[in-house]
Design a protein around this ligand. Structure first.
Ligand code: GSH
Length: 199
């Protein structure tokens, strides 16, 4: 059984969306987390090494970090075609975008929000404006990050763009608006949102 340690209205919604796209059985364990407003506490029931969400348990394994969990799941259920398999010419690009969200996109936007100066050549990610340009050019003339096929990279990166635009942390450009409208019209996204609002 797949067990997702989850906190409503948090980054672990990404994994709920992945699981809903996969259409596989899973159980959800709601845990408390420390929130940005000072509420919440670290939950001893959560096996994540920092008490964060998401965290997944499967067959005695613990998997944490969105990029790792997403890859684990899309490899586990290749028939769902949510991520290219090893040997597929799009595999490299898929892995790159999965790593891009926590490694580049999130830190760049967070730094801008906190007004921290970007120091090129020192930080392991790019400046926020440059990240927006890279994403725009990756999406220009394409339906999805990997081309015509939707993948879990769109859940992770596209879901983050959608969230950032909602909170005015990224500009609502036509490219980003069209793209996020496309991915958020998916039934699995709506199921995730319904589950989240019921919790
Ligand atoms: N890099 C992590 C980020 C996970 C994360 O920070 N989750 C937040 C929820 S949005 C959390 O659990 N925060 C609680 C805390 O920082 O203690 C991932 O990609 O999984």
């Amino acid at each position: 059984m797949l067990t997702l340690f989850h906190a409503p209205k948090s980054r672990s919604g990404t994994i709920v969306w992945v699981l809903e796209e996969l259409g596989v059985p899973y159980e959800t364990r709601i845990v408390d987390i420390r929130r940005g407003d000072g509420s919440g506490t670290r939950d001893p029931a959560n096996p994540h090494p920092h008490g964060k969400v998401p965290c997944l348990q499967h067959d005695g394994q613990r998997i944490f970090e969105i990029a790792a969990i997403t890859l684990y799941l899309t490899d586990l259920f290749p028939e769902a075609k949510l991520g290219p398999r090893v040997g597929d010419p799009k595999r490299g690009e898929y892995l790159s975008w999965l790593a891009y969200r926590p490694g580049v996109l999130e830190p760049a936007m967070m730094m801008r929000r906190l007004n921290v100066k970007h120091i090129p050549g020192t930080m392991g990610w790019a400046e926020a404006g440059e990240v927006e340009e890279a994403l725009s050019s990756a999406l220009a003339g394409r339906q999805y990050l990997l081309g015509d096929e939707f993948s879990a990279a769109d859940i992770s990166v596209g879901g983050t763009i959608n969230f950032m635009m909602m909170f005015k942390l990224m500009p609502e450009t036509p490219v980003f608006k069209d793209y996020t409208a496309r991915i958020t019209s998916r039934p699995a996204f709506r199921r995730m949102m319904e589950k989240e609002s019921a919790r």
